[in-house]
Design a protein around this ligand. Structure first.
Ligand code: 9D3
Length: 237
């Protein structure tokens, strides 16, 4: 999978993309990620990427022309990208289902906004979709883009070594994880549940499922409702 990121803060991507499973996947070439510095696509001496908003008001807006030039360069190097995602607080909410969908694409471009936002002509003319990571304010699209890349990449075959853990995640999608324990069997007066020490694999599985459901009901009853909705949709088909 090819991913291009357009940003005014390319340094924000260096360490996150070098670490862990993502770093290894990029090294191996399973993922081909290129970070593009928006300032490299300016034509003026001061490499200006922003300007004042028409109509007045506080803050600055990212100018359209450097973004258009960045996309022209990406297209020339990689071929026309079919998916250009604008990271924005106005976007549709990014979910595991969205991650699944994006992981099936060969090439995705992520545009990271800063300041008050991006000129609307970018949304109109080049963005094919707009994604938000949730209902809270962060300073720009960079951390949201990293999060999208992380969630999407782990679903690309060969990125995560242990395919079983990815499949468990997607199987368990919509339900919280069960508790985990490691040695010692007693710590600070708290014992590991006996069933986990018993060696009865069927009993362990039953306990984990029951604990996962109990925790989900207690902490995220909305997920149980959502599961019921999607289950009834499946049986209707
Ligand atoms: C302080 C500016 N705000 C005035 C009403 C609007 C605003 C503009 C730009 C708020 C945040 C941002 C920067 N955020 C993003 O670009 C962003 C984001 C987010 O803030 N939350 C969740 N997902 C995303 S994706 C991109």
């Amino acid at each position: 999978m090819k991913i291009d990121i357009v940003t005014i803060f390319p340094a924000m991507f260096e360490q996150p993309l070098a670490a862990g499973v993502l770093g290894r996947a990029i090294e191996r070439g399973t993922l081909d990620v290129k970070v593009r510095d928006l300032r490299d696509f300016t034509t003026d001496r001061h490499r200006v990427v922003d300007d004042v908003p028409y109509g007045g008001g506080p803050g600055m807006v990212l100018k359209p022309d450097p973004i258009f030039r960045a996309l022209d360069t990406i297209e020339a190097e990689r071929g026309a990208p079919l998916t250009v995602v604008m990271m924005s607080p106005q976007g549709r909410r990014f979910t595991q289902a969205e991650a699944q969908r994006l992981s099936g694409l060969a090439h995705v471009v992520l545009l990271c906004g800063r300041y008050e936002g991006i000129d609307e002509r970018v949304r109109d003319l080049v963005a094919t979709e707009e994604l938000s990571i949730g209902d809270f304010v962060v300073s720009g699209g960079e951390t949201p883009a990293l999060l999208v890349i992380d969630a999407v990449s782990r679903l690309v075959p060969g990125v995560v070594g242990d395919q079983e853990s990815v499949e468990q995640d997607s199987f368990a999608q919509g339900i919280l994880d069960h508790p985990h324990y490691t040695r010692p069997a007693e710590f600070a007066g708290r014992r590991v549940p006996d069933v986990l020490l018993s060696g009865h694999h069927a009993e362990v599985r039953k306990w984990r499922t029951a604990e996962a459901l109990r925790r989900t009901q207690e902490r995220r009853p909305d997920l149980i409702d959502e599961r019921r909705r999607t289950e009834s949709k499946e049986t209707k088909q």
